[in-house]
Design a protein. Sequence first.
Length: 217
Amino acid sequence: MSLKHLSSTQKEIVAECLAAVVESPFFSQGGDIEEGIWGFEEDAVHDVRRRWPDVTATDELDRAVVSNCLNNLLGGSHGCHEQWDDWISVPKGMVEEVLDRWLRLDVPLSEPQAIAQARQKYPRSVSLNHAEGSIESQHQTDALLEATVSCEWGWVFVLSTPASSNRTCVIVNRWTGLDFAQGLGDREPDDVAAEYEARGLNDWNRGPCMPEIDPTT
């Protein structure tokens, strides 16, 4: 297993979580990090935090420290939900994505999993129902998969909705997950894949923090 399969954004999220565990109020009261509960002493967290991201994903202790820190932060037993934004810059859902990636560093995404991720991030289309004078929002799962370009590093998916003629290009890296999305415009998906490769893959990588991009641009 290799940390090269974590994006730079995912590594930054882990660093924030490790800092939150040892510095924030989450687990600072009453020696909450105990070997009997966590599987290791607090010193192990300090050690991994000091070395991160220069850790070994195959080392049992390193792997357990990262997994358990993220798990316990997400579990909410600390009762410090209001302080989350003070220490961690992304929502819990993104930490869950990073934890999922960490737990399967040696398992690449399958194409069905990649398609599901692309649809999950595909912007909702909003249309006006003239008959009823109301605004309707279409769920991402209704997005139509128009085209797929499969590459060694992952896929380029072209998605659209019945309510709109706009097409969105979504790049999913088979190792790091969702990476980039933008309106396809007049380009061909093969051209997008070639440009992505030419830029060096990770230069475009945004990991789980893919921004919301207007599909009409």
